[in-house]
Design a binder for this molecule. Sequence first.
Ligand code: CA
Length: 319
Amino acid sequence: MDQDDSYNNYIAKNWPDIRIINDQSNFWHLAYAWKMHTEEVNSKLHGEWNFKNIQDGHGKLLNMYALMGDGKIIKGELDEEQRGSEAYLKKNPQYDKYDFISEGDSPSFFYLFDNGLRSMENPTYGGWGGRFGVVNDKLFRNTVLDYDVYTKRFEAEYSLMRWFDDIQNDFAARADWAIASDYKDANHNPTLTIKEGLDLTAKPGEKITLHAEGSDPDGNSLTYKWWRYFEADTYEDSKVKPAQVKPEMAGNMQLGIHQEVAKGEKLNTIDLQGSDTNTVSFTVPADAKSGNTIHIIAEVQDNGKHTLKHYQRVIVTVK
Ligand SMILES: [Ca+2]
């Protein structure tokens, strides 16, 4: 965020070759702005879920995790910022006891999870830390939008919000690991490989079939889901092209950036067959140009506690 000017005033001047992902807006949405969202993305940010799955009965470390009105007073914090206090809850009645407070710093770390989304390869791919546009070869910012299926708008922050359930489920499993005395006492994520590989080339009009092979260390049953991350890829058809927002417009930190979708416009015109099975097929559009990419996300989900996932991203490059 460049909260303390350390990027603009020091790093950019003295270390110009360091690549920077400058998140100026997305992170607010896994932080104090979460109450602005539709309920569909927030279901695991409410008090009941957080208390039960993260804080209560999960050992000494998780007992220190801070939730709204949980009675914890943070030494040195301003009185009006003591979100654990009864007084704060009374003054801010939009929150319930044990509601999520903020994980605003966490998205910048989420890139490093090797969850299969490949966000650490390229900030424009998107992953648990959100998705970013290219300002120049050293700088990435919130200049790209993802289509929020609930609000029907393109929003920078949806590139982060779309993962909230998965992020919180994963966190809850880790909270369980903190108290498990044996491996079998908690659930663990499945793994996933794609038989055909992750970086493929194809001709326009070619039919592609991909096979997902999941495995679960706990022996859970697995289900599969495939979808095209059309906002992240570069094939353009008659669908709406995700709006490229000028960098100077990306500074609206509290509200994010929104763009309405015109009625009747298609968001994705590549039909995935078998998208809820372990084998998906689709045809590379005949008008695809050489160099275009198509990003297909494969998800595997177990049926253990917190229904954990792993992903793979297949990138098809048209030649
Ligand atoms: Ca499992």
